[in-house]
Ligand binder design. Structure first.
Ligand code: 5RP
Length: 259
């Protein structure tokens, strides 16, 4: 792996632990002003010091994150559809690699929709992005998006993750599922998990704990942090699980204490 690419990736997946807590705040790219992210800058500011990286779009980066704050950025560069459409898979690449470099990002992210109407376009977009990213030393995060009608099981998620890795993604964001270790075992690059819809805090911490215990290198969590009644406590609790191997009870204690 090229030195620059490896260096950028090591800003996200921390060499001290080989793990990462990514804060996902890119939801507005197809959901608009998602609950908890109505004014992104206000949500993001108190969480910045606890995240290993921030996943977001160029618009929110430019308007809502102080350029002086030194946090690795994972820039979402796919989009082009909205929640008003049943089929969300019709995405394209929305931001050039040159702009990503000007924004000094550590990685770029794109969703793939395996099994959807636009499977081919999203997969070839991933390949093109990897080719460009490798050319400039920018790692690519593939996000395995799941259509409403699809089952998030190990068979399907292994398929998505393996295809993303074969096409050259440097790390992959997917969902936790039963037999998750199968997804990890058959994927040659690191996997982080999404948190999914807001659930009770202890359940979200258990999800993070299960994912880490079964081989994920971290989380790229959004709603279960910023929609919590105590986002700072929640991200601290997630960090304890990811970086310090805390139990769910220990982590939940941190969340409660921060309240
Ligand atoms: C959407 C995304 C989001 O960043 C992701 O799903 C957010 O994480 P969470 O599910 O934890 O809110 O990539 O495709």
């Amino acid at each position: 792996m090229d030195w620059g690419l490896k260096n950028r990736l090591s800003r996200i997946i921390r060499p001290e632990t080989g793990r990462t807590v990514m804060l996902a705040v890119d939801h507005g790219y197809f959901l608009g002003p998602t609950s908890g992210l109505e004014v992104p800058g206000e949500t993001i500011k108190p969480l910045l010091s606890y995240a290993d990286s921030l996943m977001l779009t160029r618009g929110v980066l430019r308007t809502s994150v102080p350029a002086e704050f030194n946090i690795p950025i994972v820039l979402r560069v796919s989009g082009g559809t909205s929640i008003l459409h049943d089929d969300l898979s019709n995405e394209d690449i929305t931001t050039s690699m040159e702009e990503a470099i000007r924004l000094n990002v550590s990685a770029v992210a794109l969703s793939i929709f395996v099994g959807s109407a636009h499977e081919k376009e999203t997969l070839t977009n991933l390949s093109k992005l990897v080719t460009q990213g490798v050319g400039y030393g920018i790692p690519v995060l593939a996000v395995t998006a799941v259509g409403r009608e699809m089952t998030r099981d190990a068979k399907y998620l292994s398929l998505c993750c393996r295809i993303a890795a074969e096409l050259g993604a440097h790390f992959i964001k997917t969902y936790y599922c039963e037999n998750f270790e199968k997804v990890v075992e058959t994927c040659p690059v690191p996997i982080v998990i999404a948190g999914g819809k807001k659930t009770p805090e202890k359940d979200a911490l258990a999800l993070a704990h299960n994912a880490i215990s079964h081989g994920a290198v971290g989380v790229d969590m959004g709603r279960n942090i910023f929609q919590s009644d105590n986002p700072v406590g929640m991200i601290q609790a997630v960090r304890a699980i990811v970086h310090k191997n805390a139990t769910v009870e220990e982590a939940y204690g941190l969340y409660e204490k921060a309240k």
